[in-house]
Design a protein around this ligand. Structure first.
Ligand code: SF4
Ligand code: SF4
Length: 408
């Protein structure tokens, strides 16, 4: 049995790979293992073998696919424009159907049903918050220990939507905030900073009712139907918004690819801006000030879905510099930190190795503050860096600096 779903990699996609191997040095799992089957080219060869019926969708194939971080560093450097991300999502959709497994079922339940459900997420959040207050979060076994990288959680309700219906009148100075799944409850400081900075630039920030998780994690786990359902909901919720600001890089990347997830999805995609590109633009236009420079260094960590998928590299550096800090480069290749959605739970050995490598790069930079524009990366970095380091979104750093400057 070859492919059985409509999401499977197509012959046309598979044929775009000319096996040049230029992507190999950019692939984190190939860098760690040196193994062809842990490389983009090896993974594409395995998909092609399944497509022509010469290789089964068995445990070996699942292992080859599941070690991939879906970081898309390979796609960013591929001269043949291989749509690797979409192909891997298709391969994961096949595994979800042909080799569902208990671990995969649980992960798809979490990303497809629990994270998009505000009540279930609030319940889980209270559990983690209690563990944090009992100082037990870091002592949890195995994969659950990853919660140690979550910020100290608030025991308060997230703010309610401020725009009651998608049909509400759109104003020219209006920005709709995409609140996502965990950002409201686990990273409220990022939303606070986003609202504060956009308001400081004279924009009106609204939070459309009815929005939900972007569906990126569902897509990565092969939960195609859930990914499509979430995309349709967001499409309706943001139908009245001309400009959509997103302060989690994984979400902005996925929303920009809604054309492949819902009918009419590209109409939403073209209205989405990652908050880093929006704020950098506002700084460039003089609508937000560049604050006085200080000698404090900030290590720049590029989330894969910001750098490789959206091609956004300069914007976070512009923001950090405008906040008065000195941006410090830690990794010219922008290798994945190992977070990659639920990867750090599904593939803890590789995730830990990549997390250790990234923490060592940060440690070598001499910076004690790290700028990262994605919540998953922040959790991974915090759990590997430990005390003595601060990890924050670039817009949080800018908002704090702006508030300090207003006091003087
Ligand atoms: S994915 Fe692209 S870069 Fe990698 S081997 Fe194929 S054609 Fe070359
Ligand atoms: S997505 Fe990332 S981990 Fe997967 S093959 Fe490409 S570079 Fe390697």
């Amino acid at each position: 049995m070859a492919w059985v779903t409509a999401a499977a990699p197509t012959p046309g996609q598979l044929e775009t790979c000319v096996t040049c191997g230029l992507c190999l040095p950019h692939c984190p799992t190939f860098r760690v293992t040196g193994d062809e089957v842990a490389s983009p080219r090896g993974r594409i060869a395995a998909m092609a073998a399944v497509a022509d019926g010469s290789f089964p969708v068995d445990a070996t194939f699942a292992g080859i696919m599941e070690l991939c971080l879906q970081c898309r560093a390979c796609e960013a450097v591929c001269p043949s424009l291989v749509p690797f991300g979409r192909m891997m999502e298709g391969a994961r959709a096949e595994l979800a159907v042909q080799r569902p497994g208990l671990g995969g079922r649980l992960r798809r339940l979490v990303v497809g049903r629990v994270l998009p459900n505000r009540f279930l997420l609030a319940f889980a959040t209270i559990g983690v918050a209690v563990l944090q207050r009992l100082r037990l979060a870091g002592r949890l076994p195995g994969a659950l220990r990853r919660v140690a990288g979550v910020r100290r959680l608030r025991l308060t309700r997230p703010p309610a939507p401020t725009l009651p219906s998608p049909a509400a009148a759109v104003r020219a100075d209006q920005v709709a905030l995409f609140t996502g799944c965990v950002m409201d409850q686990w990273f409220p400081g990022v939303h606070d900073a986003t609202r504060g900075v956009l308001r400081a630039a004279g924009l009106r920030v609204v939070t459309p009712h009815g929005q939900t998780c972007c569906g990126a994690l569902a897509a990565h786990e092969g939960a195609t139907a859930d990914g499509e359902r979430l995309a349709r909901r967001n499409l309706a919720a943001f139908s009245g918004s001309d400009l959509i600001a997103v302060d989690a890089a994984g979400c902005s990347a996925h929303l920009k690819e809604y054309g492949g997830w819902a009918e009419g999805g590209s109409s939403l995609a073209e209205r989405v801006r990652d908050i880093t590109e929006l704020v950098a633009e506002l700084i460039g236009e003089g609508r937000l000030p560049a604050l006085p420079a200080t000698p404090t260094r900030v290590a720049m960590q590029d989330p894969c879905h910001l750098r490789h998928v959206q091609g956004i590299v300069d914007a976070p550096r512009i923001i950090v510099r405008a906040a008065g800090y000195q941006p410090v480069e830690i990794d010219p290749d922008g290798l994945c930190c190992g977070a990659a959605g639920l990867y750090l739970i599904a593939q803890p050995v590789m995730a830990d190795e990549l997390g250790r490598r990234k923490a060592a790069q940060i440690g070598g930079s001499g910076a004690r503050i790290v700028a990262s524009a994605n919540p998953g990366c922040e959790m991974q970095l915090r759990s590997h860096l430990g005390n003595g380091y601060r990890v924050a979104h670039p817009v949080e750093l800018y908002w704090e600096a702006l508030q300090r400057s207003a006091l003087h």
